[in-house]
Design a protein around this ligand. Structure first.
Ligand SMILES: Cc1cc2nc3c(=O)[nH]c(=O)nc-3n(C[C@H](O)[C@H](O)[C@H](O)COP(=O)(O)OP(=O)(O)OC[C@H]3O[C@@H](n4cnc5c(N)ncnc54)[C@H](O)[C@@H]3O)c2cc1C
Length: 479
């Protein structure tokens, strides 16, 4: 098979790109294994189109600002994107608006992140309302878990991803110039200096003028096989997410109800579906974390349900569990998307969409389409794979990474339940933060402190010294 452009990927990113390219007049072969395969991120997502709901207080860098703007721009493209899919497929996908973000008292980051969401809404000129909401928006938390604050975002959209993927498949079946191939790609073919096609698992070779890798976490093994010719790209890791569907909750859910992002994940959230079922998401465990086995674990389901039953609606406890699923989010090593041409001629990548790929799909597709078809691309792409700053190890101070990671870790360790007595959450966090600096940073202060602690443990080789150490390190230096 010879095509203008070969797109690898059967999820929302690959298929949106295939549609964009077909509409630009290209002949496209889109090769991907079925999105129904376990592990596909696009079919495990809800999905929220979280422009604002995904904002957190620690995302303050220039690139974080660019990502917020990217999400906003992609959300604005959604109505036209869905119209085009409906036109081809005859299968309209409803886009509904309204998200209530609730902050609980147990998770101290919630309120801080809610303020960051409010600030982002102001900066983008999006409507937002502080509100005390009740059962009419699905909120009926357990006693002691009531929100301490909440923000209603009337312009934040959501949709049913199952319907989106079905409609996208139908649309591509009808789109002129598109061939869908259900197969696994094992290698990208090159002539030494440029990509020329792909090899499938059965040995078939498909050739094309351009190859786009948009197959989620499957991009990394294909890049690894190509080696250094692709340039220095951020590495991809799988961020495994579990979600589930429930039916039979009596309170109406006209909107999404969610917490702010927490525990490395996109918060606990409920996305209502037209058939009355509720989508509940989502966990996030980056690969190699214990419990991130293939498939859904009881621990993941427990932590998801514990959170939504207590913090959102106690009625979920007696609802019927319809199904569970998991997907592997493509997360890049700096957490930003990776979109555009690689150093190997005629090879582009479009991935790294992590927690927001459903939302980002229309803009990712437009950027790739424009890059491959327009003589003078005008769309801003902050996530070009070759941008030097992305691969500089010192791009972000290690202290920042440790602090952000530990805040999420402590929150994650306290799930389900979320609380510790007294002031121990803060003490534990400070202790771990100080300890990690001693372990991973070599400054005159940390070297001196390590020597002091070793001496203490040599002078008093008894377990009772550990609480001493805890209190010595959990008292912030400036207090
Ligand atoms: C539980 C969960 C909840 C989420 N919630 C949201 C949300 O609310 N909003 C939002 O915007 N985003 C959300 N996301 C993120 C979003 O789902 C992803 O960013 C997005 O789906 C990534 O799409 P993709 O097409 O790159 O990857 P995938 O959907 O994983 O698709 C990759 C496809 O490529 C195929 N493939 C892989 N390797 C090969 C190969 N070698 N050959 C052929 N085919 C191959 C796979 O089988 C698969 O079909 C969520 C993700 C998860 C897991």
């Amino acid at each position: 098979v010879i095509s203008d452009i070969l797109v690898v990927g059967g999820g929302v990113i690959g298929k949106s790109i295939a549609l964009g390219l077909a509409d630009a007049g290209c002949t496209v072969v889109c090769v991907g294994t079925s999105p129904a395969l376990p592990g596909t991120a696009s079919t495990a997502a809800g999905a929220m189109l979280g422009v604002l709901g995904e904002v957190t207080a620690d995302a303050g860098s220039e690139l974080d600002g660019a990502e917020l703007r990217f999400r906003f721009d992609s959300a604005r493209r959604y109505p036209a994107f869905l119209d085009r899919i409906a036109q081809l497929s005859g299968s309209p996908v409803a886009l509904t608006y309204g998200t209530l973000v609730v902050a609980t008292g147990a998770n101290t980051d919630d309120v801080v992140n809610l303020r960051a969401v409010e600030q982002a809404a102001r900066s983008l000129g999006l409507r937002h309302e502080r509100t005390v909401a009740g059962p009419k928006v699905g909120l009926r938390p357990a006693i002691g878990h009531e929100p301490v604050d909440a923000l209603f975002l009337p312009e934040e959209g959501f949709l049913d991803t199952g319907r989106l993927m079905d409609a996208l498949n139908l649309a591509l079946d009808k789109a002129p110039g598109v061939t869908l191939v259900d197969a696994e790609v094992v290698a990208v073919l090159t002539d030494g200096s440029s990509a020329t096609g792909v090899r499938l698992i059965d040995g078939t070779e498909l050739t094309a003028g351009q190859v786009v890798l948009a197959n989620g976490v499957g991009v990394q093994p294909l890049l690894d096989r190509l080696g250094p010719v692709v340039g220095r790209l951020p590495k991809l890791l799988p961020g495994k997410g579990v979600s589930l569907l429930v039916a039979g909750v009596s309170d109406p859910f006209p909107y999404v109800v969610r917490t702010p992002n927490r525990d490395f994940a996109c918060g606990s959230h409920i996305v209502p579906r037209a058939d009355g079922q509720l989508y509940v998401g989502a966990t996030n465990r980056v690969s190699a974390t214990p419990g991130s086995a293939e498939g859904v674990t009881p621990g993941e389901v427990h932590s998801l349900l514990h959170s939504v039953i207590h913090e959102v609606n106690v009625g979920l406890r007696t609802a019927s569990l319809v199904s569970t699923r998991y997907g592997l989010r493509p997360m890049s090593s700096d957490r930003y998307p990776v979109i555009g041409r690689t150093a190997l001629d005629n090879l582009s990548v479009a991935t790294g969409t992590y927690r927001n790929g459903i939302l980002m799909a229309p803009l990712v597709a437009d950027i790739i389409t424009e890059q491959l078809t327009a003589t003078d691309p005008v769309l801003v792409n902050p996530f070009a794979p070759q941008a030097g700053f992305r691969v500089t190890p010192s791009a972000r101070p290690t202290e920042d990474v440790l602090d952000e990671g530990l805040r999420h870790l402590v929150s994650f360790l306290l799930e389900p339940g979320g609380s510790m007595p007294y002031d121990r959450r803060r003490e534990l966090l400070t202790f771990l933060s100080q300890l990690s600096r001693l372990a991973f940073l070599d400054s005159p202060d940390t070297v001196a402190k390590r020597t002091e602690i070793r001496q203490m443990l040599t002078d008093y080789p008894v377990a009772e010294m550990i609480p001493q150490l805890f209190y010595a390190l959990s008292t912030p230096a400036d207090s």
